[in-house]
Design a protein around this ligand. Structure first.
Ligand SMILES: Cc1ncc(COP(=O)(O)O)c(C=O)c1O
Length: 407
């Protein structure tokens, strides 16, 4: 099955769930699996070859993310990185308060719940109608017993990009450690960890055309930290388990491709132009509304939204919200792979999106979300058919429900 395009198979518009691995990534992984298959801790030549590739990949990833190689801990992906960050940074501290936002990914909610079971309090920072964290609420809660803050940099469901430097500066002033969930950001904008007021950062290779099963946690080297997974002392003693060298090599290659793309476009992700073209056409259609920040209001506005992200609220022609979850299979029949929200919440049950509800939408509106997320495998021509496919699937859904269905 191809990932694009009109006339050539289904169109993959679900980059925020995961991305198709780039051909160069598959090549790098195949070569690593064939030549660097040994245990990198082994002291013979086979092991040294694996260790050499692991460390070369670490240097490349560290240089791309602007951190020291020692700051980098390889994990199995975003969920593990987030758990390791929050539980690992909390462990050396006396129980206190963790601040998270109302629009976190379920992985952060799960890690926060684990801390609650260990005697921590969790306070939730409200967001506005665009999903932006209330900085005044943050300031007022940055006092004891708050000891840790975790914020999603780029929101997977509604695309909101938080002002991470402003948040980090406030945390630094208060002497409170900050973890940033950058799973949707890395690869789409330059990240210079050492220059940001951030203590821990999580990311995952599979969101940037790398392989599934590998991610990274960046930990500021002087931050007190207790590993979540012990074992043979790998990753500087911060994550036990034999390293997945071929996956790490694929991750490094994927980041190189992202860096080259960003560098060729003045530091911005060229997919934003494709996204803007599609978004303009979609917003001309009746019954479709954007959720989250509008990127079409100029360069400053476009910084407030992930460059590859469109999120819509879908209603029938009479204006009544339709089910995003039910629209997704209809859209697939029209040859478009999309999502009704974050990958995990769309698989997890029929509850309306807590993220959209936190942004002040009604339950019915919060069940009407549709996400189209793009990537470099797409060309503008591939997207030509999307508005028509969406109108057809919406009409099919409205008809199935006996609702207003004229197109
Ligand atoms: C913002 C965000 N954080 C965390 C995760 C979890 O990452 P993973 O699926 O690699 O465990 C995701 C995945 O959808 C995400 O979008």
């Amino acid at each position: 099955m191809t990932t694009a395009a009109s006339g050539h198979g289904p169109l993959y518009l679900d980059a925020c769930a995961t991305t198709p691995p780039a051909a160069a990534v598959l090549e790098a992984m195949a070569s690593a699996a064939a030549t660097a298959w040994a245990n990198p801790s082994s002291l013979h030549g086979f092991g040294l070859a694996a260790a050499e590739l692991l460390e070369r990949s670490r240097l490349g990833i560290a240089s791309s993310l602007g951190c020291d190689p020692e700051a980098l801990v390889f994990t199995s992906g975003g969920t593990e990185s987030i758990h390791t960050a929050l539980l690992g940074a909390a462990a050396p501290l006396p129980s206190g308060r963790l601040l998270i936002s109302a629009v976190e990914h379920p992985a952060t909610l799960a890690a926060a719940a684990a801390l609650e079971r260990r005697g921590w309090q969790v306070a939730v920072l409200p967001v506005d109608r665009l999903g932006r964290i209330d900085l005044t609420a943050l300031e007022s809660l940055l006092e004891p017993p708050t000891r840790l803050v975790s914020v999603i940099w780029g929101q997977s469901e509604v695309g909101t990009v938080q002002p991470i430097e402003a948040i980090g500066r406030r945390c630094r002033q208060a002497g409170v450690a900050l973890h940033v969930d950058a799973v949707q950001v890395v690869g789409h904008r330059g990240v210079a960890f050492n220059r940001l007021p951030i203590d821990l950062l999580s990311c995952a290779a599979h969101k940037l055309q790398g392989p599934r099963g590998v991610g990274a946690l960046l930990v500021r080297p002087d931050l007190p930290f207790v590993p979540l997974i012990g074992g043979g002392g790998q990753e500087g003693g911060r994550r036990g388990g034999t390293e997945a060298v071929a996956l790490v090599a694929g991750f490094a290659r994927a980041l190189e491709l992202c860096d080259a793309r960003l560098a060729a476009h003045g530091g911005t992700d060229p997919v934003a132009a494709l996204r803007d073209g599609l978004l303009r056409r979609l917003l001309d259609l009746p019954g479709l509304r954007l959720s989250g920040p509008d990127p079409l209001g100029g360069p400053a506005a476009s910084d407030d939204r992930l460059p590859h992200h469109i999120s819509l609220l879908i209603s029938d022609t009479a204006g009544a919200p339709l089910s995003g979850r039910r629209l997704v299979p209809m859209l697939w029949r029209q040859g478009v792979a999309a999502s009704s929200g974050s990958a995990c919440s769309s698989g997890g049950g029929p509850a309306p999106s807590p993220v959209l509800q936190a942004m002040g939408l009604t339950q019915a509106e919060a069940a009407s979300g549709l996400r189209l997320s793009l990537g470099p495998w797409l060309q503008a021509a591939d997207l030509e058919s999307v508005p028509e496919a969406l109108m057809r699937s919406r009409a099919a859904l409205a008809q199935a429900d006996g609702r207003a269905s004229s197109r």
